[in-house]
Design a protein around this ligand. Sequence first.
Ligand SMILES: [Zn+2]
Ligand SMILES: [Zn+2]
Length: 338
Amino acid sequence: MKKFIKIAKNTLAKSNNINENIIFDKKGNVITSLTILMIFSFILAAILVLNVAINYNNISSESIDSNNFNYLIQDYKRNIPIITKESIGEISNKTIETHIPCENSNIAIQNKVNEKLKEVNKKYEVNQGLNVESEVLSISNSDDPFHIDIKTVLYVKKGNLEYNQVINQKVSIENLKDPLPFLMCKDHPTLIENNTKINYKDSLKYYFTQNNLENPDSYENASSPLIIKKCPYDPYQHHGDSYTLKNCIDNGYYHESADGSCYLCRLEGKGGCFHYGLETFIVPKKVDSLNLRSISSPDHVIFAEHYAGNPLEFYRYENLYEIIFLDSSHRAKYGLGG
Ligand SMILES: [Zn+2]
Ligand SMILES: [Zn+2]
């Protein structure tokens, strides 16, 4: 700007000299004076236009900065649930490998996410020149058991731009492995998995015998899902329709349950908890007779409450029945004949 003001001053000084020359000249040409005035006005107008253009450029580069800043914050926030899910997965896999339950799953997740966020923050500083400070304040159960809530405080600064917020987000636990069977059978961990299902081999039989439960043999080589997947057959009463229960069991779906263990408690090896949680079926091997009785098949009944149920055939091929054992309240919940 100063440059243009200088030019204007010089021009003004020159035009004064010219005016003096005209006055001294006495040839008194009106057209010459007008031309000089017009040139002067034109220069002034040009300066004004340039001034406006420069201001506009400053404003738009500031708004580009602030757009970029907001974009980086949105990007950072989008990454928090992804990093959290990754952390939960790592903790879950470790409990599955070691058969050692998490002592305090929400604190373990919180610490792991904080470690990862520190690394992310360093990258933002190096790559974007952003000063980022963040900390997970809490990990807790969400209002639906297929999600976990995360609360994070985020502070970001770049130049004179600043952002400071506490953010609440939901993290899906779908597609994570269920660690509970591995922790419940940790004393005789012969169970194996094939990426989608668990085969208990004789681990559940051992668990039944240890806990003095009815008919341990009935759960030898039983199977249950490995991966958390939400059952789409909602309302659950529809499980009584044609082959719905067969489809649900073949796909290894999980259901909402007031008695079932939530994902955070599953990581701690608790077969049941007072949170609103999940339940799935542990399915006995195929049988050739329905003249049996054992513990009811929802996982929280097998791993916590231990009450019995009668066999329920959900598929038959020649002389082999596919069954679960089911008590009357679960039969009512799933519309399976009361
Ligand atoms: Zn289902
Ligand atoms: Zn719980």
